[in-house]
Write a protein that binds this ligand. Structure first.
Ligand SMILES: Nc1nc2c(ncn2[C@@H]2O[C@H](COP(=O)(O)OP(=O)(O)OP(=O)(O)O)[C@@H](O)[C@H]2O)c(=O)[nH]1
Ligand SMILES: [Zn+2]
Length: 198
């Protein structure tokens, strides 16, 4: 059972957010996070993004994926419209950064994002969004507009006690280095992505 361990207001380039750390114990160095925009109205459907950690994309601005740009776009959106980003410590679709770099090394040899995980003997996607639902419950969120292209995230909300009011697409245009990755997400995982960009 996770609980709120600490919280504070943090000013960012995208506005000020209430940042909250969730974990089972106070010594956890990698707690899940929620950041809440100041203008969030909990009496209406809340704009929510479940975002899985991607150090390569978010910190180092890798062009292989769109995670960093999605996080920025989501922060901008919730600053303007209210909402919450649930930031999940699920690096590399939850295989961890060491395995993700091993997968990238296989991708240099021609494997796609799914084949590389499988070649390592790991699941294509090892994530579970149950903890994100737990966090929304701890925050007393009852009704959401979910910012995602991932049908699995939608399914977790639909199957939970939280009402899905709508899905808000969060599509970033492909570049030459992310085009194949986005195409595999669409073809293999069924991501709801428009063709014109990918
Ligand atoms: N294993 C592996 N993980 C990757 C690769 N590229 C990106 N990731 C991870 O994929 C995850 C992407 O998570 P999210 O941004 O939540 O995106 P998503 O599940 O595609 O869904 P939406 O963005 O909501 O549509 C992050 O954990 C990244 O670290 C890759 O090539 N291999
Ligand atoms: Zn990424």
């Amino acid at each position: 059972m996770i609980k709120i361990q600490a919280e504070a207001n943090v000013p960012t380039e995208h506005g000020t957010f209430r940042m909250i750390a969730f974990s089972e114990n106070a010594n956890d160095w990698m707690p899940h996070m929620a950041i809440i925009a100041e203008n969030t109205d909990f009496s209406k459907p809340v704009n929510v993004r479940f975002h899985s950690e991607c150090i390569t994309g978010e910190v180092f601005h890798s062009k292989k994926c769109e995670c960093g740009q999605q996080l920025d776009a989501a922060m901008k959106y919730i600053h303007e419209n209210g909402g919450i980003i649930v930031y999940l410590r699920q690096e590399g679709r939850n295989i961890g950064i060491i395995n993700k770099l091993k997968a990238y090394s296989l991708q240099e040899k021609g494997l796609d994002t799914v084949e590389a995980n499988l070649q390592l003997g790991l699941p294509a996607d090892d994530r579970n969004f149950g903890v994100a639902i737990e966090i929304l419950n701890l925050l007393n969120v009852k009704d959401v507009n979910l910012l995602t292209n991932n049908p699995e995230k939608v399914k977790y909300v639909v199957d939970s006690n939280i009402h899905l009011n709508s899905r808000i697409p969060l599509q970033i245009p492909a570049n030459d280095m992310s085009r194949g990755y986005l195409k595999t997400k669409k073809d293999y995982f069924g991501h709801l992505l428009d063709d014109n960009d990918n």
